[in-house]
Design a binder for this molecule. Structure first.
Ligand code: SOE
Length: 390
């Protein structure tokens, strides 16, 4: 009999549903050292939380996250709330000796992220693990790209070109959901989706961003107040409110290995739904990935004769590819939800083996510092050079 690890989750909207699906399915597809048990779900409204718990597969519902953390049958706390509550919940859970997995970005400010990372370091000494949920690391094609870069297949990295393009708020009448409010989300496209490409760039290259130069913009300054929202859709109510975050963030960066990188995070790329893309150009070749075709990785081997070289598509569904062997026969493909299943699989293994889970809270803190540097750079007009005569 394997030991049981009870899980308690806080929040049950878009991310809560993805994490629930992961906890429900992980034990059926991977051989885990611990058996995860979906003990309790916490939310504010008793009725809605009880309904969500029943639907998503949680045994109990709590209306106070402090009670959820205090439960003896909860060993793992999964935080799926907006960023404004991450620090308080994560620190309390770690201090209570619970392993913590927390949605990204780690926090709304660098100060909060620093406190969380310090709490995680202190807890690690007591055998308690903490992980930040950058789920795109667990796309098989992204994990394969990292592996190939680490193996030297593309040589020294010269460029990273990363984009995260969505279009769900192009309509100026789309309501002011929490993701558009600084007090809840910390920042806009930057923290919500830009954070992913910063983490993915560091993960794939094994390098760090050492400096940035940025532009941000809020195209639609005011929106109808949100009456109801679910995931990335919403209905507007009476009244209007100010959008207090960026709609788009563009920045260039220097990489620790000497390369140059560019990043674009926007929710105004009409026609692009979840185009999380990364291309890495190295001295020996290039790799390219687009989440909208998430089972594919494109590889150009620049050591081949020019007549033979060129990007070729690798279908990342072979049993020898990261994570893929646990699922379907080659070519049968995975989806968005699998990235979350892989994430909890890796977290459970880290808890059982005592390894530091990756991405750690320190990794989350580093991304938070990049986000803060982007905001500082974008706010500093003196660095923006206007074109003569414009
Ligand atoms: C969560 O990881 C997340 O960043 C969401 O918050 C975004 O809105 C989603 O589109 C991508 O995933």
């Amino acid at each position: 009999m394997r030991p049981v690890a009870g899980v308690g989750m806080i929040g049950y909207a878009f991310m809560g549903r993805t994490h629930s699906q992961a906890w429900r399915s992980v034990d059926a597809f991977f051989d885990l050292p611990l058996e995860p048990a979906m003990v309790a779900l916490a939310g504010r409204s008793a009725e809605a939380t009880a309904q969500a718990a029943a639907k998503l597969g949680w045994a109990h519902a709590e209306t106070d996250w402090k009670r959820l953390i205090a439960r003896d049958d909860v060993r793992i706390v999964d935080i799926c709330t907006p960023g404004d509550s991450h620090a308080e919940i994560a620190i309390a859970a770690l201090e209570a000796g619970k392993h913590v997995i927390c949605e990204k970005p780690l926090a709304n400010t660098v100060a909060e992220a620093e406190a969380m990372a310090a709490a995680a370091r202190a807890a690690a000494g007591r055998g308690v693990r903490a992980m930040v949920a950058f789920n795109y690391r667990r796309v098989p094609a992204v994990a394969l790209a990292r592996q190939w870069v680490a193996e030297g297949r593309i040589g020294a990295v010269r460029h990273v070109r990363a984009q995260y393009l969505q279009d769900w708020i192009v309509d100026p009448e789309f309501p002011l959901v929490w993701r558009l409010r600084k007090d809840k989300a910390g920042s806009g496209a930057l923290g919500d989706i830009g954070a992913h490409i910063v983490d993915t760039a560091e993960f794939v290259t094994g390098e760090r961003l050492t400096g940035v130069s940025a532009l941000t913009e809020t195209f639609v300054k005011e929106r109808p107040l949100a009456e109801e929202s679910a995931g990335l859709s919403a209905a507007g109510g009476a009244g209007r409110g100010e959008v207090t975050v960026d709609d788009a963030a563009l920045f260039t960066a220097r990489l620790s290995g000497g390369g140059l990188a560019s990043f674009e995070a926007t929710r105004f790329a009409s026609g692009r739904k979840n185009a999380m893309r990364i291309e890495v150009n190295g001295e020996l070749g290039s790799l390219a990935f687009d989440f909208e075709s998430m089972n594919e990785l494109w590889f150009h081997d620049h050591t081949l004769a020019a007549e033979e070289a060129g990007f070729r598509r690798v279908l990342v569904t072979e049993s020898g590819h990261p994570y893929a062997g646990a699922w379907w026969p080659p070519g049968h493909g995975l989806g968005y939800e699998h990235t979350f299943t892989h994430q909890v699989k890796d977290f459970i293994e880290a808890i059982a083996t005592g390894a530091t889970p990756e991405p750690s809270f320190d990794d989350g803190l580093r991304v938070q510092r990049v986000l803060a540097a982007v905001e500082r750079s974008a706010a500093d007009d003196s660095r923006f050079t206007t074109v003569e005569g414009s």
